[in-house]
Structures are given as structure tokens and as C-alpha cells.
Design a protein around this ligand. Structure first.
Ligand code: ATP
Length: 198
């Protein structure tokens, strides 16, 4: 079974590509969602977060106090790196366990910070999704109801997309020149083929 990473910058369309692959029957692990879930359910991770970020990290009912955590890591690179260094290993372990339960020619791990987090290791191929920056900004503005400045601020926290794409084995150009579905179908066929050659 091939393990495939799927990444791209904010608004590139990686979740859209992941959803198409799911429709085709491919199991997809959503790393960002899993990380959020693990911050609620993984006892060891919870203890580590409390140790480093204070007991206010969780409300009395056990729910994560996102505002508290965001206020600490916002504009503080060191604290953000510390948070990531705690959350990413938990996500890697969780994904590994999830992979072991899947039965499919290939499985996909979707993550915005695939390279930054070191979670690209152990994957057979990486798919990058890219789109022109103006289009990404417009799509996120429409999706999240936010201003262009807000989208640009979020983008500034990520590694340059062109640089990311150079590290990918396959690149999906999610622009307005070509339809996305045929591109994803072609990629799916290629990955099925490669899985049989394993
Ligand atoms: P983020 O990192 O912010 O979660 P993402 O890379 O997962 O972003 P998506 O959520 O998949 O991006 O796409 C951003 C928005 O653009 C969504 O509302 C999606 O429906 C829309 N979109 C993506 N691709 C296309 C396309 N080819 N045509 C039209 N709309 C698209």
C-alpha cells in the first residue's frame, strides 16, 4: 500500500483534491483536523501542553482553550515551534496507526505543513496542489468571509508555495485554465498503477 502526502498553501485546493479522492474510494487522513482532535483526546499530549502552556490551556470541562493557546503562539515563533514539536509527533504516531488499519492500493495524508512538520518522512510520494496567489486569496475570502489582508497575513506564516512545489513528486495546477476533476482522475490512475508495481 502506497502512502501519499497531499499538501499546498492556504486556499490552494488541497482539501478539495482530498475530497475528490475520497469519492473515488481513497482513504484520507486529515492531519490538521486530527491534530485538533488529539489535543482533546490524547492524555499524554494534554499533559505536555499543560506543562508548557499552563493549566489555562484547558477549560474545567476538558475542552481546549484555543484563545489562550493562540494568544501565546501568535507572533511568537519560538512558542509556535514548541507547540508544533509537541503536536506533530502525536499526529505522526496517530497517522501511522491509522495507516496500518487501511486496506487500499494507496492512502493519502492531507496536511498544510507536511514539509515544515517533518511528517513528509515515510511517505512514498507527495502531491502538491497550487494555484495563482490572487485566485487563492479570492477563494479563501469567499470560503471564510475574510478580507484579503487577513488571508495575506495567514499566508505570511507559511513557507513559499513555489518552493514547496519543487519538493513534490506530482503537482496539481488548480487554476481556472483546466478543470480539476480530470487532473485528479489522471493522478488517481497513475497512483493505482504505481501501487501495482510496488
Ligand atoms: P486551507 O489550507 O485554507 O484549508 P485548502 O488548500 O484546503 O485551503 P480548499 O479549501 O480546498 O483549499 O479550497 C479553497 C476554496 O476554493 C474552497 O472554498 C473550494 O471550494 C474552492 N476551490 C478549490 N478548488 C476550486 C476549483 N478548481 N474551482 C472552484 N473552486 C475551487
Amino acid at each position: 500500500m502506497l502512502k501519499i502526502g497531499l499538501t499546498g498553501g492556504i486556499g490552494s485546493g488541497k482539501s478539495t483534491v482530498a475530497k475528490v479522492l475520497e469519492v473515488l474510494g481513497v482513504p484520507v487522513y486529515y492531519a490538521d483536523e486530527a491534530a485538533k482532535e488529539l489535543m482533546h483526546s490524547n492524555e499524554l499530549l494534554k499533559q505536555q501542553l499543560i506543562l508548557h502552556f499552563g493549566k489555562e490551556t484547558y477549560f474545567e470541562d476538558g475542552q481546549l482553550n484555543r484563545k489562550h493557546l493562540s494568544s501565546i503562539v501568535f507572533n511568537n515563533k519560538e512558542k509556535l515551534e514548541l507547540l508544533n514539536s509537541l503536536v506533530h509527533p502525536a499526529t505522526i504516531a496517530d497517522a501511522k496507526e491509522w495507516f496500518s488499519k487501511q486496506h487500499s492500493p494507496y492512502v493519502v495524508k492531507e496536511a498544510a505543513l507536511l514539509f515544515e512538520s517533518g511528517t513528509a518522512e515515510g511517505l512514498d510520494y507527495i502531491i502538491g496542489v497550487t494555484a495563482p496567489i490572487a485566485l487563492r486569496i479570492k477563494r479563501v475570502m469567499d470560503r471564510d468571509g475574510v478580507t484579503a489582508d487577513e488571508v495575506k497575513r495567514r499566508m505570511a506564516n507559511q513557507v513559499d508555495e513555489a518552493l514547496k512545489m519543487k519538493l513534490c513528486d506530482f503537482v496539481v495546477h488548480n487554476n481556472e485554465q483546466e478543470l480539476l476533476l480530470p487532473l485528479v482522475l489522471a493522478l488517481h490512475n497513475e497512483l493505482i498503477k504505481r501501487s501495482t508495481e510496488q
